[in-house]
Design a protein around this ligand. Structure first.
Ligand code: IMP
Ligand code: MG
Length: 180
């Protein structure tokens, strides 16, 4: 059972559901009368984006970006590259970047500058989770789910070595899993 690799549940299904609903309502209110482009940063944000999109009661499109990731490690190398770019031109559009978790902020900082150069009408950042104590570069978060302490987390899209994304909650991975 993949659940056996979890030390402790950090955000259970009910909390996640409530968090997504709250952010969706905020976005719906803030963008009334507008059309949005949700930019899902693959792969970690895919489950959050799927739920968030359904919690927003406005016309929107969803696009995807892949940034180079941690590989199989548990912390960033600081070297960001775009491996898959957006399909659409976002010039003049209202863009919300959807991220699973902000750790050092290095990935987001790079991606936000990159998208800003394409002249969107507006650009905001939405993240499900944030580890503020780990920040190396400042990123302004417009929509924030929960701040979490510095544990390596998996589930609800978050992976370790590509696994555990399908857990319906966010939990702390047992250190012996990534230390072995
Ligand atoms: P940053 O550039 O250091 O902010 O890295 C952010 C990315 O690292 C996130 O989008 C996640 O994909 C990954 N990440 C950061 N912390 C965790 C974690 O605790 N578990 C799983 N992935 C994480
Ligand atoms: Mg990610």
């Amino acid at each position: 059972m993949i659940k056996d690799d979890i030390e402790k549940i950090m955000l259970d299904e009910a909390v996640l559901k409530e968090t997504v609903k709250t952010i969706g309502a905020q976005i719906t209110a803030d963008y009334a009368g507008k059309e949005i482009v949700l930019v899902c940063i693959l792969k970690g944000s895919v489950i959050f984006t799927a739920d968030l999109a359904r919690a927003i009661n406005l016309p929107l499109t969803i696009d995807f970006m892949v940034a180079s990731s941690y590989g199989n490690g548990t912390s960033t190398t600081g070297n960001v590259k775009i491996l898959k770019d957006l399909d659409q031109d976002v010039e003049g559009k209202h863009v919300i970047v959807v991220e699973d978790i902000i750790d050092s902020g290095v990935t987001l900082n790079y991606l936000l500058h990159n998208i800003k150069n394409r002249r969107p009408a507006s650009l905001k950042l939405c993240t499900l989770l944030s580890k503020p104590e780990r920040r190396k570069v400042e990123v302004v978060v417009d929509y924030m789910g929960r701040e979490v302490p510095d544990y390596f987390l998996v589930g609800y899209g978050l992976d370790y070595a590509e696994k555990y994304r399908n857990l319906p909650f966010v939990g702390i991975l047992k250190p012996e899993i990534y230390q072995s």
